[in-house]
Design a protein. Structure first.
Length: 356
């Protein structure tokens, strides 16, 4: 890869520094500009990463800098207008932070934007590239535990859409990315907020995948016993993912543990990359390389818009299920795509009404 890509970051808060550090580790990225409405935050970002240009208005930045690649690191309510503005300005590729969208109504708008402009969008679901997750997927698809029956994900805090979007996406990824055909969900809304919108304290989401596999995601105050964040049960065994780094595999031949920081899987070794500082950001390095290969004309990466929109639709449907107290079938029909606000805000209002 010899092309150098002029790159910009919109939103210079905490997560932008992860994007910037990843860009700085790649020789084909020219981090040319940043944009943020907070002048002090923008100045600190530019100084830390030696970014030549800064803008208070991202649209002005798009017009003057004409970046080829853009990272969107803002709150979800700003993502759709920024995605649209970037594509219309001729940006070739976008890395968008999660949650991808603010409302169910935006789902068809992004699909149409991709179809009409050809812009290549990936979501910051970098956990798909975690060594333990890649290894677990390899084992599942290789038949190590027989036919998958159930996948469970748990997370302390984070709700369905903020940190929870990682696990809802991962659960599909680990079993080969089947379609989600229905969801049933419940939430516990108090008065929490996060990233500019209402945030549930607890949530449970039951998914049914094509082929009959079930998925159960819980977000709240606890994880499974012994720090198991993900469990995959098959017809001949199971895989536990401890934290995000180690596996416990149970099968016909017994039980074994794999420490992926000691015995790295072939997918990681093949890249020949050094672990960055902090080490867990290696997931971003893989994401960036697959993304650039796609922009260069290669295959769509694991985190492409098609996969991201399916995870987004699943948790949006989960919110609709909690609002209506009924099972929601996917793909969402037109009547379910009319809600044009953050569905958690609707749930917060319903919870407030019930408490009166």
């Amino acid at each position: 890869m010899s092309t150098t890509y002029r790159t910009a970051i919109v939103g210079c808060g905490n997560i932008s520094h992860t994007h910037a550090s990843t860009y700085r580790r790649h020789p084909c990225i020219d981090l040319a500009a940043g944009a943020d409405i907070d002048a002090e935050r923008l100045a600190a970002f530019r100084e830390r990463w030696e970014v030549p240009a800064g803008y208070g208005d991202y649209r002005e930045m798009l017009a003057e800098v004409k970046p080829e690649l853009v990272s969107i690191c803002t709150y979800a309510k700003l993502h759709w207008p920024m995605l649209k503005a970037c594509a219309e300005a001729g940006v070739r590729g976008i890395i968008c932070e999660k949650p991808m969208l603010n409302s169910p109504a935006e789902l068809p708008l992004v699909r149409e934007l991709v179809d009409q402009t050809g812009v290549k969008i990936v979501l910051g679901h970098m956990r798909r590239y975690g060594m333990a997750h890649l290894r677990a997927r390899e084992l599942v698809l290789g038949g190590e535990i027989g036919d998958p029956i159930l996948v469970v994900g748990t997370l302390t805090g984070g709700g369905l859409a903020e940190m929870g979007s990682h696990w809802i996406d991962l659960m599909r990824h680990l079993i080969g990315d089947p379609e989600v055909v229905s969801v049933l969900a419940q939430t516990n809304m108090q008065d929490g907020t996060l990233c500019g919108h209402a945030q549930e304290d607890d949530a449970v989401l039951l998914m049914e995948f094509a082929g009959g596999i079930k998925g159960l995601f819980e977000s709240g105050q606890t994880t499974l016993k012994d720090n198991v964040l993900t469990l995959i049960v098959g017809s001949q065994g199971s895989i536990q993912i401890l934290g995000e780094d180690d596996l416990v595999i149970s099968g016909p031949d017994g039980v074994r543990k794999e420490d992926l920081m000691v015995e790295q899987p072939e997918q990681w070794k093949a890249l020949g990359l050094e672990l960055p500082e902090p080490w867990w950001n290696y997931k971003w390095d893989i994401l960036l390389r697959e993304y650039l290969a796609w922009v260069d004309g290669g295959e769509a990466p694991l985190t492409c818009a098609d996969q991201a929109l399916k995870a987004t639709e699943a948790y949006m449907a989960g919110y609709l299920s909690a609002i209506r107290r009924e099972k929601i079938h996917l793909p969402l029909p037109g009547k379910d795509l009319t809600l044009d606000e953050w569905p958690g805000d609707v749930l917060a209002r319903l919870a407030s009404d019930r408490s009166v």
